[in-house]
Design a protein around this ligand. Sequence first.
Ligand code: G4P
Length: 284
Amino acid sequence: MSLQWYPGHMTSARRMMQENIKLIDIVIEILDARIPYSSRNPDIDDLAKNKFRLIILNKSDMADKAVTDLWIKYYKEKDIACVALDARKTSSAAKIMTLVSDVCKEKIERDRKKGILNRPIKAMIVGIPNSGKSTFINSFAGKSYAKTGNKPGVTRGKQWIRAGKGMELLDTPGILWPKFEDQSVGMKLAITGAINDNILEMTELSSNLISYMQKYYCNNLMERYKIDESMSIETALSQVADVRKCIKKGNVPDLDRAARIIIDDFRSLKLGNISLERPDDIKG
Ligand code: G4P
């Protein structure tokens, strides 16, 4: 499977982040809870070093809660605050505000000692395309969404979005591009829909999804398509074509359509809440 690579975009996105990072107290990194490893660009560790950090496992409404809990534990063991979220919910904002205040409590205390009270915490939202950055900013800023304009001491032209009393978000989220070097990363980004469908090979994606689900979510496959863990991928695809009546001219199973159905069922949660990677899969 060949995937598009965008070095030009990546360089300018990285430059934007580097230019702004000095203005920021906390970097809020948004990952897809179904693929916390594959949706994470490791460059962020370098870009955000010496900053407070918060990792949001977004779209947690689509992931397997037990696996999401393992990821939260994984990051906590690395001393990085991490929380599961559905960014579309406005109630998420209060949850994040409390966490951000907790993560940044050293800074708040430092300010207090200098007699500075209620200085807003400045945050930058970062993540790969489609991880939910705009959704998060919109629900976080809520009705109070307002561009506060230039401020003394802040580089000219920079806009901040006021989010509640205590926080300001940089209006341009940092776009990190996924790292495709590892084939399985590209595969998972494609299955979840983070990469445009047109460039994808549906049969390859659905074959990978089936084989992963045979290992971890066999009951879900059995329930929806009567696929069991011992079936070959070819038989499993034919089985889906049969169950979902995908037949081509000449009474031949339409495997391409069956493959498309599997991916659509996954993305629309008809196959259940599924996480495509667990901390144990990751070395280090
Ligand atoms: P981005 O700025 O990082 O590129 O991502 P964006 O907010 O545009 O979100 C990408 C898609 O993910 C959107 O769906 C958005 O609604 C959805 N999304 C964001 N956060 C969550 C979440 O926590 N849970 C779920 N289930 N979905 C989420 P879309 O279909 O592309 O757009 P739309 O139909 O919602 O307008």
